[in-house]
Design a binder for this molecule. Structure first.
Ligand SMILES: *Cc1c(COP(=O)(O)O)cnc(C)c1O
Length: 420
C-alpha cells in the first residue's frame, strides 16, 4: 500500500472534526466533491428547518410570522455570521447578493471620501466585483479612476505594488481576502493598516474565506466587508449574502439603495426617507425569508466545529494535496497555481495543466470527482474542512493522475459548458 494512502487514513482517523461529515447529505459516497467553495453541501438539519418554515411558519402562521421572527431574521442570522468573521453582532446583516452589497458599500464609502478620486483593486479579484466598481465609476460620473493593480505571477496578491500605489488621493481599496482563482489570502491587518495610513477605506470581499478560515475584521480594524453564504457556509444555491460595516462608520454612511427596509419606521409609510439607526439601514427591500433562513443551519455547524479547528484541518488538507501534487502530479505536467506558504493560502488549491479543461471533463464524467474549472487552465480543488476527508483528497489526486497517465481526458472535446 502506498505510504500516502496510509497517511490519508491515519489523518482521517485522528481528525476530531471527521464526524461533521455525517451531518450533511452525502447522496453518493463514491463521488468526491471538491466544489464546496462554489456550492456547499446540504446540511441535513436544513431539511427539517425548511419543512418547519414551509408548513408551520408560512402555511399555518401566514403573515403573523413576520412578527414571530421573520422581520429580524437579517440581523439575527447576521449576528451569528459576525462570529465567523470576527465582528460584533450589530455590525453584520444579511441582505441581497454579494455583488449588490459590494455596490452599496462601495458607493457609500466613496461618498464619504468626496475629495479623493482613486479606487484600487487587483487583477486577481472576482470579475463581478470589478464590473460593479466600473459601473459605479460611470454612474457617479465624478472623476473617479479605478486602478487594477497587476499580480506578477497570477498567484500571489501584488502587495508591494498595492502599497506603492497608496496615496492621499485613494478613496477606497477593494480586495478579495482570499482570491477566487489561486486561493491567495491577503494579510488583512497589514493591508488595512497601510490603507488607513493614507486615510483611505478598505472593503474586503470575504466570499472565499468565510467558513473555512477565521476572519478577524475587528482586530484588523477593517472598515467594510461583504461575503457570500452559499460557498463554505453551506447556505444553499443563491442564498443571500452579508455585509459588515464597522460600528463607528454606520451612522456616517448612506445606503445608495434607500428602500423601506432600511427606513427607520417602514410601517409608518411616510414619504420621506429617514435611515434606520445602525446596521439595518443597509437593508433595501423585503428579505428573501426562505433562503435567508436556510443559512442558519450551516452557520450553526461551523460555530459548533470552531473556526480555529476548521482552519487547522484545512491547512493540513491543502498541504497534503500539495505534497501529492509534488510526488505524483508535477511529473505529469500539472503546475501548482496556489501559494505554497500556508498562511497565505485559503482552502482551495488550483492546478494548471495544458489539458486542464479536458482533464476536468474526465474527472466529472469518468472519474467521479467534482472540482471546478476557471479559465484558462485552472482546475480548482476546494477543500471544505467540515465534510472533506483526507481520503477524498488522496483519491482526487490519484484520479488526476489517472486522467493523464491513462489518457482518459482524450475522450473529451475542448467545448465549454455555460456554468463551469
Ligand atoms: C462567489 C463570489 C461572489 C458572488 O457574488 P454574487 O452576487 O452572489 O453572484 C462575489 N465575489 C466573490 C469574491 C465571490 O467569490
Amino acid at each position: 500500500m502506498s505510504s500516502k494512502l496510509e497517511q490519508a487514513r491515519a489523518l482521517d482517523a485522528a481528525d476530531a472534526l471527521a464526524h461533521f461529515r455525517e451531518r450533511f447529505l452525502i447522496a453518493d459516497p463514491e463521488m468526491i466533491y471538491l466544489d464546496g467553495n462554489s456550492l456547499g453541501r446540504l446540511p441535513l438539519c436544513a431539511e427539517t428547518s425548511m419543512a418547519d418554515l414551509l408548513r408551520r411558519q408560512w402555511g399555518e402562521r401566514l403573515i403573523r410570522s413576520w412578527n414571530e421572527g421573520w422581520f429580524t431574521l437579517p440581523e439575527r442570522v447576521g449576528g451569528k455570521l459576525a462570529q465567523l468573521v470576527g465582528a460584533q453582532a450589530d455590525e453584520v446583516i444579511v441582505a441581497d447578493s454579494t455583488s449588490i452589497n459590494l455596490f452599496k458599500l462601495a458607493v457609500a464609502g466613496l461618498r464619504l471620501q468626496r475629495s479623493r478620486r482613486r479606487i484600487l483593486t487587483d487583477d486577481l479579484n472576482f470579475p463581478s466585483d470589478v464590473y460593479i466598481l466600473q459601473g459605479i465609476v460611470e454612474m457617479l460620473d465624478a472623476g473617479h479612476r479605478l486602478e487594477i493593480v497587476h499580480s506578477e505571477d497570477g498567484v500571489h496578491g501584488p502587495v508591494e505594488a498595492l502599497l506603492a500605489a497608496l496615496d492621499e488621493d485613494v478613496a477606497l481599496v477593494v480586495l478579495s481576502h482570499t482570491v477566487f482563482k489561486s486561493g491567495y489570502m491577503y494579510d488583512m491587518r497589514a493591508i488595512t493598516e497601510a490603507v488607513h495610513a493614507v486615510g483611505a477605506l478598505v472593503l474586503w470581499d470575504l466570499s472565499h474565506s468565510v467558513g473555512s478560515a477565521p476572519v478577524a475584521l475587528n482586530a484588523a480594524g477593517a472598515d467594510l466587508a461583504v461575503g457570500c453564504t452559499y460557498k463554505y457556509v453551506n447556505g444553499g444555491p443563491g442564498a443571500p449574502a452579508f455585509l459588515y460595516v464597522r460600528r463607528d462608520l454606520q451612522e456616517r454612511l448612506q445606503n445608495p439603495i434607500s428602500g423601506w427596509m432600511g427606513q427607520r419606521a417602514p410601517f409608518d409609510f411616510a414619504l420621506d426617507y429617514a435611515p434606520e439607526v445602525g446596521i439595518r439601514r443597509f437593508l433595501t427591500g423585503t428579505p428573501p425569508v426562505l433562503s435567508l433562513a436556510m443559512i442558519e443551519p450551516g452557520v450553526d455547524l461551523l460555530l459548533e466545529a470552531g473556526l480555529e479547528a476548521l482552519r487547522a484541518k484545512s491547512v493540513q488538507q491543502t498541504s497534503f494535496l500539495i505534497s501529492l501534487w509534488e510526488e505524483r502530479l508535477a511529473p505529469l505536467g500539472y503546475t501548482l497555481k496556489s501559494p505554497r506558504q500556508a498562511e497565505r493560502r485559503g482552502s482551495h488549491i488550483s492546478l494548471g495543466h495544458p489539458e486542464g479543461w479536458r482533464i476536468n471533463q474526465a474527472l466529472i464524467h469518468d472519474l467521479g470527482v467534482l472540482p471546478d474549472f476557471r479559465a484558462p487552465d485552472n482546475i480548482r480543488l476546494g477543500v471544505a474542512p467540515l465534510y472533506t476527508s483526507f481520503i477524498d483528497v488522496y483519491a482526487a489526486a490519484e484520479r488526476l493522475q489517472r486522467a493523464v497517465e491513462e489518457r482518459i481526458y482524450m475522450r473529451h472535446s475542448s467545448g465549454r459548458a455555460t456554468v463551469t
